[in-house]
Design a binder for this molecule. Structure first.
Ligand SMILES: [Zn+2]
Ligand SMILES: [Zn+2]
Ligand SMILES: [Zn+2]
Length: 108
C-alpha cells in the first residue's frame, strides 16, 4: 500500500520514513512526531517505518504534534486546514514548532 502523501510503498524495506517531516496545521508549521512503539525488528507494525523516523500519514501510531493525541483521531487536522512539507524546503524565516509530548498513548 502506498502512502497517500509521499507516495512511497509502505511495505518496501527501502522505505524507512515518510518523506514529509513537517505538517502545517492552521497556518502553523510543526515537526511531525517521531513517537513509536517498541516492536521487535525496529519498525512500525502499522506503517513500516524505521523507529525514530516519520510515520506515513494515516498510521494509527502517529501522535498529533499539536495536541499529543493519536493523529488519526484527535480532530486537529482535516482536509482543509493541513498540508505536508519537507523541513529543508521551508525558509529560515518560518519557525517550525516542536511536537508536544504524546498523551494517552497505549503501550504495546
Ligand atoms: Zn508517507
Ligand atoms: Zn507508523
Ligand atoms: Zn491534535
Amino acid at each position: 500500500m502506498k502512502c497517500e502523501e509521499c507516495q512511497l510503498e509502505m511495505t518496501d524495506k527501502e522505505t524507512t520514513s515518510c518523506l514529509y517531516d513537517v505538517i502545517k496545521i492552521d497556518e502553523e508549521f510543526y515537526q511531525r512526531s517521531r513517537y513509536h512503539f517498541s516492536e521487535s525488528g525496529g519498525r512500525c507494525a502499522d506503517c513500516g517505518i524505521v523507529h525514530g523516523q516519520i510515520h506515513h500519514f494515516g498510521c494509527d501510531v502517529e501522535r498529533c504534534p499539536k495536541c499529543g493525541l493519536q493523529m488519526i483521531g484527535c480532530g486537529c487536522v482535516n482536509e482543509d486546514n493541513a498540508g505536508f512539507f519537507i523541513s529543508s524546503e521551508i525558509g529560515d524565516q518560518e519557525s517550525i514548532r516542536q511536537p508536544v509530548e504524546p498523551v494517552n498513548f497505549p503501550q504495546r
